[in-house]
Design a protein around this ligand. Structure first.
Ligand code: ATP
Ligand code: MG
Ligand code: MG
Length: 348
């Protein structure tokens, strides 16, 4: 059997590793941290920094193909790895999604609708951007933001200068505030021979910037469901993408607006583990390994709820609930805001 290398040892890497094992693959995790969720289930864990060229080479030489569970992989590491083994999804997908400005420019060039946005390289650019975009708006760092970190909501132009200086010089974008009725995401996959398959869109609820629940089916008209599938396929095809991608969307009365894309399996796709024959993790492994995609049709209604921090206190009760499938990440320490697991509540 062959071996799949996974960059990143968090819960996504763990669930990818489990899916790979089910298909007879071995996995090697590359992760600087010790005792990470993925290392408990993978065949091997190379614990080293992304600056360690020798360790990166050792990792690549042990695997047949490389994938990843997060998008902020340093370019220098990718240069080393790419010379040795194929990386899926490809570097263009990573380059585009690592930077909100590149990402939104790519999406709007594809003809998709995004929030109005402007590049804010420095404080001087703020005034002009506020005149075109106005408030309410959101200032976001171009790179490294997640779970709503690195963002400031502006209700008036007077707040802009302070918000930008709080970002300590990080390049940013200003985004117009979208008055959406709900948030959905679509998880889609593309195989090496160009087959595309999308899961049903899920409806997302965030709390404090962190995903709280995803529910399928999403309460959106059939027309918008189809639009979501088509726009996801357009993105994957444009990138000649291989693997699973998460696309976050805002639903407005008139259209779907693309918020951001993630070139990996996605938290809002965890419901597929108990709602579909082939879940997003297996689908990703299939694509990366050059297999045909599996059946991603939804057979049940599901609500996925993240177990964050003290939510872990609910586990004993959830364990007795016949409608619930628990997925725990094996993290030793409970911390506020830390994703410890999730629960899929399934109904027919
Ligand atoms: P993630 O953890 O999903 O990667 P993130 O930190 O990259 O999140 P975004 O997805 O850009 O951040 O924004 C977080 C949330 O803030 C969105 O899910 C949405 O609820 C809200 N939000 C972001 N941008 C806008 C916008 N332009 N208009 C209205 N709400 C927005
Ligand atoms: Mg994001
Ligand atoms: Mg997001």
């Amino acid at each position: 059997g062959s071996t799949i290398g996974i960059l990143g040892g968090g819960q996504l890497g763990r669930m990818l590793s489990v899916a790979a094992s089910r298909l007879g693959f071995r996995t090697v995790i590359f992760e600087p941290g010790a005792d990470c969720p993925a290392s408990h289930v993978a065949q091997a864990h190379i614990q080293a920094s992304y600056e360690d060229a020798a360790a990166l080479r050792r990792f690549a030489e042990r695997v047949d193909v490389i994938t990843y569970e997060f998008e902020n992989i340093p370019t220098s590491a990718l240069d080393i790895l790419e010379a040795l083994r194929p990386i899926h999804p490809n570097r263009e997908a990573l380059r585009i999604s690592q930077d909100r400005l590149t990402e939104k420019t790519f999406l709007s060039n594809l003809g998709l609708t995004t929030a109005p946005f402007a590049d804010i390289p420095d404080a001087a650019a703020l005034d002009g951007a506020l005149q075109t975009i106005g408030t309410p708006s959101i200032l976001k760092t171009r790179r490294f933001g997640y779970d709503g970190k690195g963002q400031a909501r502006l209700s008036s132009p007077r707040e802009a200068a302070q918000a930008f200086s709080d970002m300590n010089g990080a390049p940013a974008i200003l985004e117009g505030f979208v008055d959406f009725s709900l948030e959905v995401s679509i998880i889609a996959a593309r195989s090496q021979d160009g087959q595309v398959s999308a899961y049903d869109p899920g409806e997302n609820v965030h709390e404090g910037g962190i995903l709280r629940t995803t529910t399928v089916p999403a309460k959106i008209p059939a027309r918008l469901q189809t639009d979501a599938v088509l726009l996801a396929a357009k993105i994957l095809n444009a990138l000649e993408y291989v693997g699973v991608m998460g696309v976050e969307l805002f639903v407005t009365p008139t259209a779907l607006i693309v918020n951001e894309i993630a070139p990996r399996v996605h938290n809002s796709g965890h419901w597929t583990q108990n709602g579909c024959t082939v879940d997003q993790f297996e689908q990703h492994i299939r694509a990366v390994a050059g297999w045909p995609l599996g059946n991603g049709e939804r057979h049940s209604d599901v609500t996925m709820a993240n177990l964050i921090g003290d939510d872990m206190d609910r586990v004993p009760a959830l364990a007795q609930d016949g409608a619930c499938a628990l997925h725990l990440y094996g993290k030793a320490e409970v911390k506020p805001g830390r994703k410890m697991g999730h629960v899929n509540r399934v109904t027919d």
